[in-house]
Design a protein around this ligand. Structure first.
Ligand SMILES: N[C@@H](CCC(=O)N[C@@H](CS)C(=O)NCC(=O)O)C(=O)O
Length: 238
């Protein structure tokens, strides 16, 4: 009997992890950031496609998950998280094999946080110049100036540096590269981040840092192109 129970103990334990669910669209920049970080740390995500965000994230059930009614939204075993930057710092802190993408050391971490907050403001400014691509509304020169100013700041941050925050790649690099890639889809604003030498070199460094990052950026760019085509068709039918 004793031997039998010992034998039972030696059986490999089957642990069933509840899948992490990501409310996602491939053309969404903040969703792209989450996909990049999840792939880099080896976390599988069960993606739920959201096409009409207002309608599909506006149901009572989904508003419980994310009262902001935005994507990305992540559900991890009953824990609901919105805001892409909060999601990726959570994923690294909980699931990564080490803390290199989001350091535990406070002095290192606060530098990553600074860059993430900078990137959030910068991303919002970028969205203002992207807007006219989707809405057909006129582009405001002061919005263009704000993005150009952000690029000058970013270029200064990168002076003499390989990465945005510290000695290795972090979530701040991925976040800001994705924000910048969103700019490529506004043909009207004439803003070219790669005019700045530090930024140009750093974008190649980050996008070339792994095959998974490269693949995620490709999927993102293709999805945006398809989305713009879809919107053009919608507008031409009106
Ligand atoms: N700061 C948020 C931005 C989320 C966001 O605005 N997502 C867009 C899609 S790319 C969205 O859900 N828009 C719908 C809306 O604002 O109504 C984040 O980083 O997660």
């Amino acid at each position: 009997m004793l031997l039998q129970s010992e034998h039972v103990k030696e059986q490999p334990q089957k642990t069933t992890m509840t899948p992490l669910i990501l409310y996602n669209h491939d053309a969404s920049p903040p969703c792209c950031l989450v996909r990049i970080v999840a792939d880099e740390i080896g976390v599988d995500l069960e993606k739920v496609l959201v096409v009409d965000i207002e309608k599909e994230m506006g149901t009572p059930e989904r508003l419980q998950i994310n009262p902001q009614r935005t994507i990305p939204a992540l559900v991890d075993n009953g824990l609901n998280i919105a805001e892409s930057r909060a999601i990726v710092t959570y994923l690294v802190s909980k699931y990564a094999k080490d803390d290199s993408l989001y350091p535990k050391d406070l002095e290192k971490r606060v530098l990553v946080d600074q860059r993430l907050y900078f990137d959030q403001d910068f991303y919002n400014a970028i969205m203002k110049v992207i807007g006219p691509t989707f809405s057909g509304k006129p582009l405001s020169q002061s919005d263009v100036d704000k993005v150009n100013n952000g690029l000058e700041i970013l270029n200064r941050m990168l002076e003499g540096k390989q990465w945005l925050a510290g000695d290795n790649i972090t979530v701040a690099d991925y976040a800001t590269v994705v924000s910048l890639a969103s700019l490529e889809f506004n043909t009207k604003c004439g803003i070219n981040p790669t005019k700045h030498a530090n930024i140009a070199q750093w974008i190649s460094r980050v996008e070339g840092s792994s095959a998974k990052v490269k693949e995620n950026m490709k999927v993102f760019r293709e999805a945006i192109k398809m989305y713009i085509e879809y919107l053009k068709n919608q507008m031409s039918q009106k």
